[in-house]
Design a protein around this ligand. Structure first.
Ligand code: PGA
Length: 267
């Protein structure tokens, strides 16, 4: 948690929306009071980028969920950063754990995508992940530092990059990462940036956590020293996303409880 890093929440819709659902989400997000101290983004399927941009309020940015490593050409099914920008959207998610594990995107390809995206000026949410096998077999550090090293080699302008760490073993598995486990992973990544890039980049780069973030666990996690926000999947389709965007805003009910107690401690 640092004053110099603006809290950041991306709600990643994955392949779970159509126009009617985008309208529904846009409606409850527009009606909500969102913390102005949070940078809020949604991750949208490519065919709905322009539609989502038109439906959402201006203060919510739109990200594509993937893109290719060149501006144009004969690459059926792909989209480029230039096309995302041309659709009025400012962000792209690269190396999402589902791209890495289901679609077998290797570090090298993700690095090439990041390098090209950086040349276009689009802003990037660059993802890393740890699977349950990585964790069980004790190779967490090797895997995370390997992915980070590959990403970092492609990044020239860190001001346009947010890093997202996903504990895949805690994403829709029924297992939740504890606050201590989340802090440990994020602190290791920040330490890696300090040791291998610079103090400035380590101090200024936002590092997000992903893995079943919901309205029930976001407030505790939002207080962690090295956590600067969340990449949210399933809860992004529900009004939970509003609570997650507001995770650092003082909770009015707890303030009332606080003032109710004669000793001034929280009830
Ligand atoms: P989840 O997904 O919040 O449903 O675990 C996060 C993500 O993979 O983007």
């Amino acid at each position: 948690m640092s004053g110099q890093r603006k809290f950041f929440v991306i709600g990643n819709w994955k392949m779970n929306v159509d126009k009617a659902r985008i309208d529904h989400i846009a409606k409850f997000m527009s009606a909500a009071s969102l913390d102005p101290n949070t940078e809020a983004v949604v991750g949208c399927p490519s065919c709905y980028l322009s539609y989502a941009r038109q439906r959402l309020p201006d203060e919510i940015a739109v990200a594509a969920q993937n893109c290719y490593k060149v501006a144009h050409g004969n690459f059926s099914g792909e989209i480029s950063p230039a096309m995302i920008l041309d659709s009025g959207c400012e962000w792209v998610i690269l190396g999402h754990p589902e791209r890495r594990t289901i679609f077998k995107e290797p570090d090298q390809l993700i690095a090439e995508k990041v390098a090209h995206a950086q040349q276009t000026g689009i802003k990037i949410i660059a993802c890393l992940c740890e699977t349950s096998e990585d964790r069980e077999e004790g190779r967490t550090d090797d895997v995370l530092f390997g992915q980070m090293k590959s990403l970092a080699a492609s990044i020239s302008d860190w001001s346009r990059v947010v890093i997202a760490f996903e504990a895949l073993w805690a994403s829709n598995t029924g297992v939740l990462a504890t606050a201590a486990q989340v802090q440990e992973a994020l602190a290791k990544l920040r330490h890696w940036l300090r040791a291998n890039v610079s103090d400035k980049v380590a101090n200024s780069t936002r590092i997000l956590y992903a893995g079943s973030v919901s309205s029930s666990n976001c407030r505790e996690l939002a207080q962690l020293e090295d956590l600067d926000g969340f990449l949210v999947g399933s809860a992004a389709l529900r009004p939970d996303i509003v609570d997650i965007i507001n995770a650092r805003r003082p909770d009015v009910s707890s303030l009332i409880a606080h003032f109710d107690r004669p000793d001034g401690r929280r009830a």
